[in-house]
Ligand binder design. Sequence first.
Ligand code: SF4
Length: 292
Amino acid sequence: MHSSSPYKLSGPTVVSFSGGRTSAYMLRQVLDSNTDLDDMVITFANTGKEHPATLDFVRECAERWAVPIVWLEFRDDDTGFAVVDYATASRQGEPFEALIRKRKYLPNPVTRFCTIDLKIRIIHKYLRSLGLSTEEAPVDMMTGIRADEPRRVVKIRNRKSTSESKWAKMVMPLADAGVGVQDVTDFWASQPFDLMLSTINGRTLEGNCDLCFLKGAKQVYSIIASDCGQPMRKGDWWARQEREVVSTGEFTGDGARFRFDRPSYQQMLDYADTQFDMFADHDEAIACFCGD
Ligand code: SF4
């Protein structure tokens, strides 16, 4: 491998694994491009609202590729994070909810503190607990942004470093290597395992937090509707956060809803229930000889 490969490590490097196909692809390229991996730390920050298939995929990548992936979660305590694993990872949104309780308002498309506090900050806190991401031990932070995401590339390149990320240099090897969504799709088509979430044009709609407010309204609603009649509906958690923040009386403006420009999560749940009930009495299949 030529030493100028964007995947080549040049000192302590953190691979920030989101649990998606793109960042897993990046991890695979890094593993294939380096013989000495002692300087690499791989992290996965779990918000507690990840799809179960994402957690399965993170575990499978670590097992099949024989690499340690450190699972991190936000905690509202002096340490600020906890190291968990597949078995102990939160699955009911607990880290996210703890952050909302601490902040006393909800994140929204402008103030996306969830991604900062549930992911970026805890990774740096964890690194500092290892003596990394400091003036004496700066790190490269590899993040899985592709070449076909130019707005994200520019945003990250222009980002001012905070006190936390001062000693971490953002590197985007996929963007540097010209990797686009089709390359990632082709790669996974040839692998013996995959993330078990469907894609549309290579994009995984159910990735990241299940009903993230940054997802399109139709996408959020279709996930809510597909959960109708289930005992554990993903939308209940989001509706409860909106209800409970409002009920503390501390917020009347922005911060009491994830989004003001579309129906609340409870309204979407109620609407989906109405639609579901319309068909409930007509759901019996009629027996015939054809079978299945
Ligand atoms: S996926 Fe959405 S809701 Fe979850 S941390 Fe990121 S921005 Fe926040």
